[in-house]
Design a protein around this ligand. Structure first.
Ligand code: 0A1
Ligand code: ZN
Length: 880
């Protein structure tokens, strides 16, 4: 395990490395319990480094077996070594080759960082600081080297040997059962992009011809028997390669692009140069085992990793504070790709839902940090929704402010100027500023300030003058370490809608800069006047969610329902109904707390009915619009004194009211499913989404044939989307036939681990009175495995995030269960444990009984023996 002692690393302390490592030659001798690594590093002093400066290399739990300079073994007085540091003194003044021999145990590596084995396959994960688990190195992203990797293993055990770049040599070792391969990557890269894989793997192959006519061999490696589940991933890869050429002018730069799918992986996937390694959940798909959402996720993650080749690999980060330089930008790129492949409004709504459900709570609590943090103790804890998703929103705003052409000019300059470098957010912004002659000084605050700006808008219409005046105020609530903040540049896309539903263009706008239909807010308070309006318009603000802010526009219930029916901006049409539903649900929850009777607002019930039956709207959009805000969303919007039972009661009341008011319409919508052979495309997926949404409401209707309808839907399902939708409703509603259908699902899918993850997840998220006991029992199920991150996420993590009433049981037992798991998992895999621990981040928002229980569990975790640096960092920040 990594050292527990936490040293804060600060952006202001950045200093470039005193030495360069121009080439890295690795010889990796693989054996399950003892892999020997010989690294030959060509090292030279950086300009400006004084002679005699110590060379300090990073390690992590390493054991040194040999050390030589230019072929001569080093005597003990020339170096000091610990498991996490190798310091050379009397370093030669001239360039030299340092040879380091280390030995590690892949089988014992349960942290899944560095070199480990997943189902018998050797693989590596080096971001952020995993290379130092393999050999001593300047393990920082601004040290770029050309790598040559020789891998040797038993041929029977690992017939496939893969490395970064191109294969330059391979063969058998005569007289032994071993063979080898040598890979060379001509592109200098940081150590976090190093990878190797060795195992008995099958593959599927294809080719892609780049815009300049080069043929690239594409291969996806998987466990034997899974080859027929790779077609969608391969198709997504080819579409990504083409899209990046067309939209960003980025062409692939090696002759080979390999993807390997492994079943034990801490994150989603990793963009290692020419050798992406994926959590198999983002590769494998067929209609039997993958849902439409899985197909969409695979398309997005394949694209994301591929796009990193330019935004991350060719141009990388100077230090880990700049993580959003590659992640925010690459998420923006993958979102745009998916928008082009699918429905843009539906993709936008889905992305904003994710941002609001994951990033907004992070930004409002003890784990809040700027998109570019200034301080960390454990970098693995900064692969966050803020760095990724808010980082993408910041890039999106840049495009909104500069326009598509200005944005493309800035990107072109960035690629041209920084190719081959490790750089910073300042350098990135300078490209846009120079390419478009725009001052981005204030815009840069988006990278520097934590917290979601709250934008408050009060409007007043003067019928005599035809003026509409907005009083706009922006502020960020104080956060730990950020007592005050400065105003941000906020692009606010707007529309003024007349009584007939058409936008009314104002004759002039004063009080703010305007670019087309975007107001550019720059001050803490601003008074903006639109003139020349013949009648009072309904305001549509923040169209397309043009900035990651929390808007309070003080609109009447009637205006919100008008927007839900009339706005030409599909995002705001969706948002208006969500806002209206949220208001109603929060007031119902308050009534539940006060033990008053609950009744849904009939106008709201009608508005949902209109969405359901409006055939002019895309089915995928209708499915999203019918989805009520989640219990977690409602808790977030409630603010303080959250009572999850009251929220749940409120939401059930509205669901039931909707189900019974529109039972017939839901019944007909749920049978309107795509016909013919299965296709995961957006149109078919949208139709299924609407049918399953309708099935869910029908299940809430109180009709007496519900159980028959659901079992029938389960029994007739011919794809995973429909099957899991029906199973979820049966289990979540606690219907008698649930057990038998769970058993039928298990029998059908027990050999398919990704499908069984869904089986665990359905049960983990059932808000039944004995939900917690069921989840506890499932941790003892023969198919449950603490060593597999996907399985832990599908049961324990899904319980903590997707079962709010059971997690936050009033007796504290839900919190206690999750805390027990954090403590146990931390011993084996700190990254998985610390991520699970973040589920406690909003603990202060609960009403006082629950928050006291949560605090007690956090204190118990913080006093646990031998807590990892990862979990220690999160628990301390949660408690601060
Ligand atoms: N760079 C990857 C994410 C990633 C980060 C850390 C990892 O191991 C600790 C693995 C993957 C991406 O953005 O896809
Ligand atoms: Zn990424």
């Amino acid at each position: 395990m990594r050292p527990e002692t936490a040293v804060a690393i600060r952006l202001e302390d950045y200093a470039s490395a005193p030495y360069r490592i121009d080439t890295v030659d690795l010889d990796i001798q693989l054996n399950p319990r003892a892999a020997t690594i010989t690294a030959r590093l060509a090292i030279s002093r950086q300009d400006g480094t004084p002679e005699g400066t110590d060379l300090v290399l990073d390690g992590d739990a390493l054991e040194l077996f040999g050390l030589a300079i230019d072929g001569l073994p080093l005597t003990q007085d020339r170096y000091t070594v610990t498991p996490d540091k190798l310091t050379l003194n009397e370093v030669p003044t001239h360039p030299f080759v340092l040879e380091i021999v280390t030995r590690i145990n892949p089988d014992a590596n349960t942290e899944l960082m560095g070199l480990y084995r997943s189902s018998g396959t050797y693989c590596t994960q080096c971001e952020a600081e995993g290379f130092r688990c393999i050999t001593y190195f300047l393990d920082r992203p601004d040290v770029l080297s050309v790598y040559t990797t020789r891998i040797e293993a038993r041929k029977g055990e690992a017939p496939v040997l893969l490395g970064n770049g191109n294969l330059i040599q391979s063969g058998d070792l005569p007289g032994t059962d071993r063979h080898f391969a040598v890979w060379h990557d001509p592109h200098p890269k940081p150590s976090y992009l190093f990878a190797m894989v060795a195992g008995d793997l099958a593959h599927v192959a294809d080719t892609f011809v780049t815009s300049s006519g080069r043929e690239v061999d594409l291969k996806i490696y998987v466990e034997h028997g899974r080859e027929n589940r790779c077609a969608w991933a391969m198709d997504s890869l080819k579409r990504s390669m083409k899209w990046d050429e067309e939209v960003f002018g980025c062409e692939y730069d090696l002759d080979i692009f390999n993807i390997v799918a492994v079943s034990d992986f801490n994150m989603g996937a990793m963009e290692n140069k020419g050798l992406n390694i994926f959590n198999d959940k983002y590769v494998l798909a067929d209609p039997e085992t993958a849902t439409d959402q899985d197909y969409a996720n695979i398309e997005a993650v394949i694209a994301h990793e591929y796009f990193h080749n330019w935004t991350g690999n060719r141009i990388t980060c100077r230090d880990w504070f700049q993580l959003c330089l590659k992640e925010g930008l690459t998420v923006f790129r993958d979102q745009e790709f998916s928008s082009n492949m699918r429905s843009r409004p539906v993709k936008r709504i889905s992305d904003v839902r994710l941002l609001k459900s994951h990033q907004f709570p992070e930004d409002a609590g003890p784990l809040a940090h700027p998109v570019r943090p200034r301080k960390y103790t454990e970098i693995n804890n900064f692969y966050t929704a803020t760095v990724y998703e808010k980082g993408a929103e910041v890039v999106r705003m840049l495009k909104t402010l500069l326009g598509p052409d200005g944005f493309r000019k800035g990107m072109d300059l960035y690629f041209e100027r920084h190719d081959g470098e490790a750089t910073t957010i300042e350098a990135f912004l300078a490209c846009f500023s120079e390419a478009t002659s725009t001052d981005l000084g204030q815009f840069a605050r988006w990278y520097e300030q934590a917290g979601t700006p709250q934008v408050d808008v009060k409007s007043q219409y003067n019928a005599a003058s035809g003026d509409l005046t907005l009083e706009i105020n922006q502020m960020i609530s104080p956060l730990p370490g950020q007592p005050s903040s400065d105003p941000s540049v906020i692009p606010l896309r707007f529309g003024l809608i007349g009584p007939n539903g058409d936008d009314m263009p104002p004759s002039s706008v004063t009080g703010a800069k305007v670019q087309g239909d975007v107001l550019i807010l720059e001050d803490k308070t601003q008074s903006v006047t639109f003139s020349g309006l013949p009648s009072k318009p309904v305001l549509s603000l923040l169209r397309g969610f043009s900035a990651p802010v929390q808007l309070e526009a003080h609109q009447s219930a009637d205006d919100l329902l008008f927007l839900a029916r009339q706005d030409c901006d599909p995002f705001n049409r969706w948002q208006a109904l969500q806002t209206r539903a949220t208001q109603d649900l929060i007031s119902l929850a308050a009534k539940a707390v006060a033990n008053q009777p609950l009744k849904a607002d009939p106008q709201l019930v009608d508005a949902f009915g209109d969405v359901l039956t409006n055939e002019d709207l895309d089915p995928a959009f209708r499915a999203l619009a019918l989805q009520l805000p989640s219990e977690a969303d409602l808790a977030r919007d409630t603010g303080m004194n959250v009572d999850p039972d009251a929220i749940s009661a409120a939401r059930s009341t509205l669901r039931k009211a909707l189900g019974s008011a529109h039972a017939n319409a839901f019944k007909s919508a749920m049978s309107n499913r795509p016909t013919g052979t299965f296709s995961p495309d957006a149109a078919n997926a949208g139709q299924r989404a609407l049918a399953n949404q309708a099935l869910g409401y029908y299940a809430a209707s109180g009709e007496n044939d519900i159980e028959a309808v659901l079992t029938n839907a389960f029994d007739r399902a011919d794809n995973m989307t429909d099957l899991i939708a029906a199973l979820t409703l049966l289990v979540h509603d606690g219907l008698p036939s649930a057990e038998q259908r769970l058993e039928a699902f298990r029998k059908r899918h027990e050999d398919t681990s990704l499908a069984m993850d869904k089986w665990f997840m359905v049960q983990a998220t059932a808000a039944l009175a004995d939900g917690l006991e069921r989840v506890k029992a499932l941790t003892a199920h023969p198919l449950f495995d603490f060593a597999n991150p996907n399985r832990v996420r599908s049961l324990v993590h899904a319980f903590a995030t997707g079962n709010p009433t059971q997690f936050a049981r009033i007796d504290g037992s839900g919190f206690e269960f999750v805390a027990d798991n954090v403590i146990a998992i931390d011993q084996r895999n700190p990254q998985v444990a610390s991520r699970l621990l973040t589920c406690f981040r909003s603990w202060r928002a609960y009403e006082k009984t629950r928050s006291a229980h949560a605090e007690a569990q956090l204190l118990r975790i913080s006093s646990a023996e031998k807590l990892s640096r990862d979990s220690r960092d999160i628990v301390e920040r949660c408690l601060q």
